[in-house]
Design a protein around this ligand. Sequence first.
Ligand code: BG6
Length: 496
Amino acid sequence: QLDGGVTIVVLGASGDLAKKKTYPALFKLFKNGFLPEKTHIVGYARTKMNHDEYIQRISQYIKVNGAKALYKTLQWVPDNQAMKKQLEDFLAITSYQSGQYDQDEGFQNLDAYISKFETDSGFKDSSKHRIFYMALPPSVFVPVAKGLKKNAYSANSINRLVVEKPFGMDSESSNNLARELGALFREEEIYRIDHYLGKEMVKNLMTIRFANVFFGQIWDRRNIDNVQITFKEPFGTEGRGGYFDEFGIIRDVIQNHLLQVLSLIAMERPISTDAEAIRDEKVKVLKCISPIELEDALLGQYVGDGDKPGYLEDDSLKNKESVTPTFAALTMFIDNERWEGVPFILKAGKALDQAKVEIRIQFRNVSGNLFKDTPRNELVLRVQPSEAVYVKMNNKHPGLSFQTIQSELDLTYNRRYSEMSIPDAYEALILDVLRGDHSNFVRDDELDAAWKIFTPLLHKIDNEKVQPKPYKYGSRGPEELDDFIRKYGYDRTGSQ
Ligand code: BG6
């Protein structure tokens, strides 16, 4: 698609996202030969930096992440010379331009700079492809998109705008943003990143469901009792309190990442693997979800454990009386033939007891009672850490007894696929942008449907200042969690 070559402009090049995610992902793609032969990467940001300062800034992270990746992939202690050479080759195709986000001049300079590279490289008009990756705070999304469209858009070839959440704070602000961006770039030019869609196990959901006859057949309310999607982080918002306090855990993680996972679990089979076919089905299922009620929500906020500070003690937090939730468990129901009455419980929290993202599909009890107290079957997909798919199934206890025990059919990736490296989500997604594949990006109507589910609840929480339940840093969440989950018929298996 991008024959000839491409210029990738990283806007916000001096920021955290660019340093930690975008550049390391670009480096890995480069190293593995996935960037088009003639690729030029231009960093753009307000900070004035000379070339060396810029290189210094981005290569720190690349070195660390690149070395780790190599080590994991090849089981080989990186040879510094080889690494150095790869890095030098990569840095040779990157450069930096500083400029403002709200003035034409900077974007005009950027355009002149890119045009020079295109001319020097002998690009024809039709192959002056430009990818604009906005690693930026939301306050400048629109001014930057305007500046780019007016001054740096390549009229006769392919332009792609990559943008990352937050896409607004609620339905209204998200729709406004969509309208403003939509007036500048066509929907097929926009790539809205939800990086969970780039994670290996999330991408595996469609395969698991639609390439296995046994799962396809039992994927409904007659066989599935409930679905739980859990996101746990063992650290608090330390240093990010300013950003986080405005958004809270529901906007930060649940409305986007976990809901995307839900839609892939719950959607009907798309007519093909084409991006629009997949996104059509995701939108359809999202539209079947009623807005979440406050009684189907449990909110929490972490407090210090004597050693680690509580949320309100975080230095970066301005409002010391904040009621922003750092934990939430939300139960959603899908009003269609397949899922009526099946609770989908989405849980996410900061400062919990472990790092884990997991999808747990719990099946109904076996009919009849031939074996006493048979535990339920479960299908578990561990998204991170250590990707795995396993099925909890009942088995005869080996030996002379006739007792039933629960065992696992276990597909843990680092044992089964130990020789393969799992790409980072950003690496996979940037490659999709280069290929022009929208399957793993969020479409405008999908975003709208997603916000409709959460907006009434979020407004209620904000307006009524709903008090979150306290939970200790490093715990499983608020004490009320077990009761909340039991309400929807879930038996703890001890594994959550
Ligand atoms: C981001 C959130 O979108 O996702 C963060 O803003 C969160 O708060 C992060 O920590 C989690 O991503 P990952 O890939 O580390 O699970």
